[in-house]
Design a protein. Structure first.
Length: 248
């Protein structure tokens, strides 16, 4: 997360996920949408390589690996990973880059652990500002990660404009309907490596909505290279279906 602002209990939706696989372990992000569900696990290409038994989800974290958190964090196992049936890895940006994880037990809500609202099907946020959050790198290529949860405000831009901005930098990328872009023409603020799977959120009338999921980017906070996100309003019907029809 580049050019960051720290934030805390007011937005208690961010989730850290640890995935243990044959290639090692990683810390990524997600968002709590319901009592037993985490929406949008880090890029599905990793999710599809992991079984539910290899994934742990932590709620309530603010400072990673801290023994002196002012509020408690809780770690959960994962019962099932539901990857979107149209997910497809591509060299540019992954298609339908969304998954829903069912936790191994219900979550007890607290002031710093709460679900986030989902948008209406087809809802458009063009020209409005969202907040991206995570524990990702503070600058492109850096191996250092902040211990404290970070966030940046970024404007939602038109998909075709996003393509043109990238093309002006010699990057040919197609922003499909299930994708969205957010960022500034001059760069400065952006999500970065390690933020993948984290939320792009928006506040409306005192309620927070999950409008996007950090998915891809060709750099971090560079001019003409806004972040690429999964558009939640495009797949919200599928997300709701998975959450409402799950069986043991």
């Amino acid at each position: 997360m580049t050019n960051v602002k720290g934030f805390r209990v007011e937005r208690p939706f961010d989730v850290s996920s640890a995935c243990q696989s044959i290639r090692g372990s990683g810390l990524e992000n997600g968002t709590s949408c319901d009592l037993e569900y985490i929406d949008d696990y880090q890029n599905n290409k990793r999710t599809t390589q992991a079984s539910a038994r290899q994934v742990q989800v932590t709620l309530g974290d603010y400072v990673i690996n801290s023994a002196v958190e002012p509020l408690p964090a809780y770690t959960f196992g994962v019962r099932k990973i539901n990857v979107h049936p149209y997910f497809k890895f591509t060299p540019q940006a992954d298609r339908y880059d969304v998954a829903v994880l069912r936790l191994d037990r219900p979550v007890q809500y607290m002031p710093h652990i709460a679900p986030i609202c989902l948008p209406e099907k087809g809802e458009d946020f063009l020209g409005q500002f969202g907040w991206a959050a995570g524990w990702g790198a503070l600058q492109a290529g850096s191996r250092l990660r902040p211990k404290t949860l970070q966030a940046v405000d970024v404007p939602i831009i038109d998909n075709r404009q996003c393509e043109r901005w990238h093309k002006s930098n010699g990057i040919n990328v197609v922003i499909y309907d299930e994708m969205m872009c957010a960022g500034y023409r001059g760069g400065a603020k952006d999500s970065c490596q390690g933020d993948s799977g984290g939320p792009l959120m928006m506040e409306r009338t005192g309620r927070w909505f999950l409008i996007g999921i950090v998915s891809a980017g060709y750099s971090c906070a560079q001019q003409g290279q806004p972040g690429i996100y999964h558009r939640v309003a495009y797949t919200v019907d599928w997300i709701s279906y998975i959450m409402n029809t799950a069986t043991n």
